[in-house]
Every structure is written in C-alpha cells, then in structure tokens.
Design a binder for this molecule. Structure first.
Ligand SMILES: [Zn+2]
Length: 442
C-alpha cells in the first residue's frame, strides 16, 4: 500500500569489533535490495550477477517468513528468529487497545516496536567483544523523501562502506537499498522500468566488485546479497472483483480493531463475544483465507505472539484487502504480503568472498537460516535462534566440524516474553523461546 512506497531510505548498520572473541575471521558485508523477486534477473541482461554465479554461491531462491513484508522479514534475517519470537509482526506499529497506528518509517525510531528480546546480530557481536571500549555501532539513515534510485549515490554508499572496512577496520556492515521495491509497487513487476532498475542493480554489483578489488579487500571480505520478499502484479477491476470486506462484515457492529488496507495481509480484533460471527462472515468472502489465531498453520510461526490479533486474513495472490467505508485510493500496481509459498514472494540469495565456494548452486532455503551462517562467518556465538547452520554450511569453503559442536533439533518451548517498553535494545537480555540450533566453538 501507499505507506510502503515510502520505503526509500538507505540504512547502514555496522559494528566494529576489535578483536572478536574467536581467532581470525573475515569481514562481512550484507546487502539487501528490497523486493528483489527471485527471478528478476532472468529476463534482463545481468552480466555481473551472472559472473557472481561463477565466482560464488547462488541459491535457487529463498523463502521469507510468513508475513512477507519488509520489517518482519528483515528482522528474521538479522535475528534468526521466526516472527512470533521477534515480535515485529507488521511494517506498521499498532496497539489494538488504544487503536494507535504508526507508519513504517516512524517505527524505525520507536525502539518499543523492535525490542522484544530478540537481538539483531550487530548487538550480539558487540556484546561478545572482549574490550567493548573499542566497539563502534554506527547507523546512517537517509533523510525522508530522499530520491531512492540515484545510481551515483548507490556507488557513494559502497565507497563509504568499504572505507569503514579499510580505514576504520569495521567487521560487519549491513547496507539497504529501497529498490527494486519502489518500482515494483509503482509500475508492477512486469513493467520495463523494473528491468531498468535490475540493470542498475547489476551495474552496482559490478561496481562493488571492482571497488573491493581496488581497496584490497578481495581476500578478507565476504559479501551476502539478499532481499526481504518478492513482488506480484496487483489484480484490479474490471479484470477481477476486488475484495471489499465491508460487503461481508458489518465493521461498526462487530469489529473492535483492524489492520487492513495494506496489501494482502490483515488482522482483525472482533468486539467481545463476536469472534465466531466475524470468522463466519469473512469465510464467505472470495479469494480470501481466514484463520483464527490459534488455528494458524504451524509453519507460519506466528500464533504464539501476543501482537497477533484473533483473526488473520490473507488474500489470494495479487488480491488486496479493502476494508470499510473509508476512501481507498489504491495506486500500487505491484505488491507483496502474500503467502510465503507463492513463488512471486520468493527472493534472492547470493554470496561471494574468501569463505564461499565458487560455482555453488544451493537448493532453496528459508531466510531464517542466514543468521547462523553470518555468525559462523564472523565467528560469533549465535544467540538462540530458529535457524540451522547445516542448511547453509555446504556453501562454505572450510567446514571444520572438529572445531564446532553443532547441537541440532534441541527445541525448548517457553512462554514468549512480553515486550517491555522500558528496556532499551542495547541492554535487552534474551530469554529464549525456542532454541533450535546452538553453535559452540570449542
Ligand atoms: Zn514494498
């Protein structure tokens, strides 16, 4: 929806760790191109991405977590936790009691939306540095409204990041680009402008590889290029009947709170005693799957979180959920937020650098498994997470299992911790809800 069109910033987050606690390791740069569908390079000439297939690792595609939106998906990547554990259940921040809703951009400054006990990798890395007086945790965020597709700035961003590695000895940096998500929303995934942006991204990757060589980082910098979700063409009238939920549901009488009109995913809190009534009414709507929170499929990994509302609705691919009697100015020609198993929601994973094999084609995997891979590359003990290194370690050159004890399938269920707004992210202590894989370095 329109709120998502404001996803235009570039964010650098980084941590300088001198030294990290275990031996020598290479540096790591993780780049996310927002909304890069898994097959966007297949109908465009992309010589630099093609070269990466020879020089590094490509996954056929990866699957985002169940809410295929930017904030929930990126936070799964950087924490290795499912959405029900990290608690970022939407791009918008909301409170179903006070009816407060905060737009995506504003949530980036609201720590209480993110601070639910799951730590992003840069905090875990920082906490493991022996002498944290030497730690630097730096974030650069572009101003609101800044143009998002300026190729010169894209290259300047790369120069900035590489200078942090070379001149300031940073170990880990993440870099975010708002394309091709913007063009995918505005023009649709099949529009020629989307192909133009993919060519620009390809040139930028070529520039990155030149700059890595120029700056002497070839032998000690690993790079992961990934994304948060795909994109699909929005189905519009007169080709389809749009889903107007107020045709089926009397919102005024039955609904206490709703989070709708934001693509294909929505949540509804019925008025007291009206739960079954709301559920039954929505079940009559076409092109829509309706779940009671407690009946959601387990592989969604959503139902344990208190922020999930009692009724969850997911539209069929390409349909949007339009709710009530308010004015709906629907301009997007492309959107995401649909079921993560729809191929149009799948996204990319590429990697290269001294620790990655060359010409390695990985089978598809869930993005939650990127986290233990990043920890392995940085030689950080992972915080409890839902990923497994066994999914991705085959892409690494060295697989020195003698140094590691991999405990898999150790599942511990505790009650999820409630968010406590009084805690700051930097001081949050993780209370594990699920420990799936623990990696310890001997
Ligand atoms: Zn988007």
């Amino acid at each position: 929806m329109w709120l998502d069109l404001y996803l235009g910033m570039a964010v650098f987050l980084s941590v300088e760790c001198k030294p990290l606690n275990k031996g020598t390791h290479n540096k790591l740069l993780v780049i996310s191109f927002d909304g890069f569908r898994w097959d966007y390079d297949q109908d465009v000439d992309t010589p630099h991405m093609d070269k990466l297939v020879e020089d590094g690792v490509k996954a056929k595609y990866i699957t985002p977590p169940a809410i295929t939106m930017t904030s929930p998906s990126h936070f799964t990547t950087i924490t290795g936790r499912w959405i029900e554990d990290h608690g970022v259940v939407h791009n918008m921040m909301f409170n179903s009691t006070t009816h407060q809703k905060v737009g995506h951009k504003a949530t980036l400054k609201r720590s209480e939306w993110w601070d639910n006990g799951a730590l992003p990798l840069w905090i875990t890395a920082q906490n493991q540095v022996r002498n944290c007086g030497q730690c630097v945790n730096r974030a650069l965020v572009e101003e609101t409204g800044q143009q998002d597709d300026n190729e010169t700035e894209w290259r300047q961003n790369i120069d900035t990041v590489l200078s942090w590695f070379t001149e300031e000895d940073f170990d880990f940096v993440t870099l975010y680009y708002g394309e091709p998500d913007n063009v995918g929303h505005a023009k649709g995934p099949d529009h020629p402008d989307r192909k133009t942006i993919i060519k620009q991204i390809d040139r930028t990757i070529g520039y990155l590889r030149e700059a890595i060589q120029r700056d002497g980082l070839t032998d000690n910098l690993n790079v992961i290029i990934t994304s948060d979700h795909g994109m699909t063409t929005v189905k519009k009238i007169p080709l389809v009947d749009e889903i107007i939920l107020s045709k089926y549901l009397n919102f005024f009488n039955l609904v206490y709170f709703e989070l709708l009109d934001y693509g294909g995913f929505g949540m509804i809190t019925p008025k007291k005693g009206k739960e079954q009534h709301v559920y039954d009414a929505l079940m009559k709507a076409p092109n829509l799957t309706v779940y009671k929170k407690e009946d959601m499929p387990e592989n969604f990994h959503l139902s344990k979180n208190d922020r999930m509302q009692p009724i969850i609705v997911i539209a069929d691919l390409g349909f949007n959920l339009n709710s009530v009697g308010r004015l709906i100015v629907y301009v997007n020609k492309g959107d995401h937020g649909f079921h993560m198993d729809e191929m149009d929601m799948k996204t990319i994973f590429r990697a290269f650098g001294p620790d990655f094999k060359k010409s390695y084609l990985s089978e598809p995997f869930d993005s939650v498994h990127i986290y233990p891979l990043m920890c392995k590359l940085l030689q950080i003990d992972p915080a409890p997470n839902n990923g497994s290194l066994s999914v991705t370690e085959g892409m690494l050159v060295q697989n020195d299992t003698s140094r590691e004890l991999l405990l898999e399938n150790t599942v511990v269920h505790n009650k999820p911790r409630r968010p406590d707004v009084s805690e700051k992210l930097e001081s949050a202590h993780l209370e594990p809800t699920i420990i799936h894989t623990m990696l310890k370095v001997a």
